[in-house]
Design a protein around this ligand. Sequence first.
Ligand code: SAH
Length: 460
Amino acid sequence: MSKQHVPIKKNDEIDVIFEDLTHDGKGVAKVDGYPLFVAGVLPGEKAKIKVTKLNKGYGFGSLVELYEKSEFRIEPDCPIFAECGGCQLQHISYEGQLQAKEKQVRDVLGRIGKLENVKVHPVLGMKNPWHYRNKAQVPIGEREGGLVGGFYKQRSHEIIDMEACLIQQEENDEVLQKVKAICGEFGIRAYNEKSHKGTLRHIMIRSGKVTGEIMVVLITRTPDIPNRRKLVERIVSEVPGIKSVVQNVNTKRTNVIFGEQTNVLWGEEFIYDYIGDVKFAISARSFYQVNPDQTKVLYDKALEYAGLSGEETVIDAYCGIGTISLFLAQRANKVYGVEIVPEAIEDAMRNAELNGITNVEFEVGEAEKVIPQWYEQGVQADVLVVDPPRKGCDETLLETIIEMKPKKLVYVSCNPATLARDLRILEDGGYETMQVQPVDMFPHTTHVECVAKLRLKPSP
Ligand code: SAH
């Protein structure tokens, strides 16, 4: 296909067979080599589609008629699957989702990382891939005087009320319904984006999977909440397991959910939860993994790949609230963690103390700046773990790793594309990718997490 040649026109209706699924869950069909992306279709399916948009190298279409269904196609369990957009893959059986995610990892490692032969294991999925989220966070609006809360209708700011979310822990849904109803009874007005009036912007519920502790967070436009004392009393009396009611004040005209000021209205500032044996304090604003069961699976794999004997010095780059660091510290001589967000490091230090773990040191800063400093100060890491955000590792950090030459690397990644890019750089710098384990942290969504094990190639 020549670069300019686009073999179809807008509004054409054509028959195609889908070959692949994109990282965001769209089906891919090729017309004379020209790729078309269509939502709601699966690899192997034959369909009539309408061409909706054409770009230079690729286009989009919408489904008109499905002729042949994939063996993996199922009816989505959730009645609002199509409107909500929170899940993208409920029309694929869970087995099909896991296979698609494995293929995606394999393909991207080959295409971007030139790692066609690397060992990629089948995705570690959940036995029960429902009701896994420990955090619910919904915008609040008004309909005929009552409060509604749920999600924004796609491409709009209209709030659709949601009674239950199938990937949410069930108690979170129940608590959310109760809090919504109580706030409504007390005449609390929902925040109105257009007029910048009203009080309640969002409700957030966090729960400890192991401990059953519940935190309710009311995000309000004003510091004042009408009838606050009585309102809080009612919430406390109606929510079993409640340990904390918190207000966050966001006075700004913004899409950002949280504001600067957080006040405890009742109970504790923190709830607690465990991942394995490690206890964590979770505040309204702390980052904490939303699928605690699969987090354990992921970290166990990271620990296995680190292969610790108890003698090692380990660096945990991008350590967040220290989850991986504390996991590793139980099996290492010393762990150093670095993270850019100061509040996360405060949490990490608190969590270390909470567990009586003393062989960890945390520092605030950019991994790419702090780790070279440690290196200059003589810190010799045997194992280095990275768990960067979606954009992957900073290049300076990869260069430092290549210079420091830790024997083992464990790369935890939430984005296979940047993982592939970084593994290529590390391979060229003397490392060998031994194996990659994808883990399904977010069933029914397109996300896939991976852990990769690398070792320094023996010098020839
Ligand atoms: N390992 C943690 C968090 C991983 S998320 C866990 O499993 O819970 C990635 C983290 O990297 C975030 O906490 C983010 O704040 C942090 N981060 C982003 N850029 C960074 C940088 N340049 N240096 C250090 N940390 C960074």
